[in-house]
Design a protein around this ligand. Structure first.
Ligand SMILES: Nc1ncnc2c1ncn2[C@@H]1O[C@H](COP(=O)(O)OP(=O)(O)OP(=O)(O)O)[C@@H](O)[C@H]1O
Length: 267
């Protein structure tokens, strides 16, 4: 399998009034095409910085980021991004919010085609009938569903998610996890998910990368062997001994990364 994302020896420091703040140190991370990488690590270790580098929003001081065999040197239109706060535009309908990336990436696509694409995705996440609503008329979970549609509407090479479910209540979050699996089954994509929730990392990830404390490097990689048949992941699987063992391993690794008790949530 070829790697869609190859992060090679990335080192980065921010310039601050107090001097240089080293954030990433010789970090390596590869994600094969179609796979889902979850990234966990102590607070403030540099996870969001990593997403900015992959999206080409910043350049590393040292090392390289490759996407689909291309060296990332500037912002990439072919990256989809989803954040904790969905940031939907209130003056646009849900449908027009979802269409937005197509207006930028595929301006010549006929509007009818754009609408059909957005409607198809909104139906996949259970938002048929809400196309004409404004963002404020939807619940937080529904807004995040719409935001996910917007982040993949243009079929990005990679979907980067920075704690997209962090602000949702536990039940809505679990619903969204299942939606992610349904979306992936219908619309395969390569993804990087930043999360503080170890259960989420195991339920969604094919691999979980544990970053060390700042400056972060890849400390540990867990190959997720999720229990169940036909590659179908059921939420109940999280409560099996196999998942408990994986979660215990991750908790241990986070403690090592922090040098103290884990403060990650959801386990
Ligand atoms: N533009 C910037 N200039 C200076 N320092 C920054 C900048 N962006 C982030 N930092 C600092 O770099 C460190 C890493 O930040 P980053 O947001 O990448 O970490 P994180 O692991 O995503 O954090 P969290 O887990 O809290 O979301 C933090 O100490 C942060 O304050």
């Amino acid at each position: 399998m070829t790697n869609l994302i190859d992060i090679k020896g990335v080192t980065h420091a921010y310039k601050t009034p107090k001097g240089l703040l080293p954030v990433l140190s010789n970090l390596n991370l590869s994600v094969p095409e179609g796979e889902f990488a979850a990234v966990v690590g102590p607070s403030g270790c540099g996870k969001s910085t990593l997403t900015r580098l992959v999206a080409g929003l910043m350049k590393p001081d040292q090392g390289e980021v490759w996407l689909h065999g291309n060296l990332v040197k500037s912002p990439r239109k072919t990256v989809g991004m989803a954040f904790q706060n969905p940031v939907l535009l209130e003056w646009r309908s849900i449908l027009d919010n979802v269409i937005l990336p197509l207006e930028i990436v595929a301006p010549s696509m006929p509007r009818a085609k754009k609408i059909a694409r957005a409607e198809e995705l909104l139906a996949l996440v259970g938002l048929s009938g809400f196309e004409a609503k404004r963002p404020s008329e939807l619940s937080g979970g529904m807004r995040q569903r719409a935001s996910l549609c917007r982040s993949i509407v243009h079929k990005p090479e990679v979907l980067i998610m920075d704690e997209p479910f962090g602000a949702l209540d536990a039940f809505t979050r679990e619903d969204l996890w299942q939606t992610m699996h349904e979306l992936r089954a219908k619309e395969p994509f390569t993804a990087v998910l930043i999360t503080h929730d170890l259960r989420e990392s195991v339920y969604l990830g094919d691999q979980v990368f544990v970053l060390s404390g700042r400056p972060a490097t890849t400390q540990f990689v867990l190959d997720v062997q999720y229990p169940g048949q036909d590659g179908q992941r059921k939420l109940d699987g999280l409560y099996t001994p196999e998942c408990s063992d994986m979660l215990a391993t991750l908790r241990e690794q986070i403690k090592i990364a922090q040098g103290r008790n884990a403060d990650v949530a959801g386990h």
